[in-house]
Ligand binder design. Structure first.
Ligand code: MRU
Length: 328
């Protein structure tokens, strides 16, 4: 079975997600800068996963010697790798809290491993509580990838789907392909396939069609940052999916660990949205889809307003609208 992140022999081992589903290749490194590059290139991706990988990377910067100047340099490099998912800075700050001139490399490793185990536990509880949303055997739609590949455990929204399937509460999954980088058709499909869960890939614009035919019962996605009022940033296209759900009276849920909540940000207007290179839209898996002289825009995330979110599934249970995450 595949894995996402592992700490072994004083190195981080991670699967290169840009090659999936065609090739399962694992990279071994103890270089924090290589891990920062992997986060930027989406070899490692998904909000909780980049948090845990970032934590290991920061710790690995101290492998040769405890060096406060290098620690600060590595912190800045990693924190700047991706701006939207708050889990990255959240996890880096947890390591920073443990750091002092008198700490040891082994002590820092223990702190990163504890974050890894903590994310596993959060995913497990999200999967457990999340099954309460299924009122009948359901056909579920999801967007982007929220499974083992996006976390350090078994996933958020994906783990709700997986546990629901194992309980007999989920019968079929529509996996949005998730343009431009195809986390749905490459990664969610890969994970659904590995778990023998029946599914079809649909392109992002097809969801309303299937909803209008009465073929979708419920939608669940993950999140990269949730503001205090519940406005939730997730992969571009999530907002459109939530609007389509509202129109068709289909409950739309977010599943995320509380490390994704940013109580310092009042609402979605304050969430930084990563702009990526237009080339990600102009090419599909390296092949141009249009003429080279054309330009494209590529915001990586959008913000779904809290009022469109039926419930937010966390490791502490399910919250309902209106949300108040000012003190989490
Ligand atoms: O750009 P990505 O692939 O890192 O975006 C990931 C998502 O939008 C996920 O839905 C989100 O991080 C939740 S992961 C459990």
């Amino acid at each position: 079975m595949y894995f996402n992140l592992r700490y072994e022999n004083e190195e981080l081992v991670f699967i290169n997600q840009t090659l999936l589903p065609f090739k399962e290749e694992y990279i071994h490194t103890d270089d924090y800068n290589r891990i920062a590059e992997a986060i930027e290139r989406l070899e490692i991706r998904g909000a909780p996963a980049i948090g845990v990988a970032g934590a290991y990377a920061l710790v690995l910067s101290q492998k040769k010697a405890i060096d406060p100047a290098l620690f600060e340099k590595a912190y800045k490099r990693l924190a700047g790798a991706r701006p939207t998912a708050v889990n990255l800075v959240w996890a880096l700050n947890k390591i920073k809290d443990c750091f002092s001139i008198s700490c040891t490399f082994a002590g820092l490793v223990d702190a990163a491993v504890a974050l890894h185990r903590d994310d596993e536990r959060r995913c497990e509880l999200i999967g457990k509580y999340g099954c309460e949303i299924f009122v009948k055997k359901s056909r579920v739609i999801t967007h982007c990838n929220t499974g083992r590949l996006a976390t350090a455990g078994e996933g958020t929204a994906f783990n709700v789907i997986k546990q629901g399937y194992l309980n007999g509460q989920v019968e079929f999954v529509y996996a949005d392909e998730t343009r431009p980088l195809l986390q749905g058709s490459r990664l969610t499909a890969f994970e659904l396939g590995k778990n023998n869960i029946p599914f079809s890939i649909i392109s992002d614009g097809m969801s309303s069609h299937f909803m209008s035919k009465g073929l979708v019962d419920i939608a669940i996605t993950g999140a990269d940052r949730i503001a205090a009022n519940g406005d939730s940033a997730n992969k571009i296209g999530t907002f459109a999916l939530a609007i389509a759900c509202k129109y068709h009276n289909i409950p739309f849920y977010i599943a995320a660990p509380k490390s994704t909540i940013d109580s310092n940000i009042e609402n979605g207007l304050g969430i930084p949205i990563e702009m990526r290179k237009g080339d990600e839209v102009l090419f599909a898996n390296g092949t141009p889809v249009t003429l080279p002289e054309y330009t494209a825009l590529s915001p990586s995330f959008d913000v779904t307003p809290a009022e469109l979110i039926h419930g937010i599934i966390t490791e502490d249970g399910i919250y309902s609208y209106p949300y108040n995450f000012r003190e989490v």
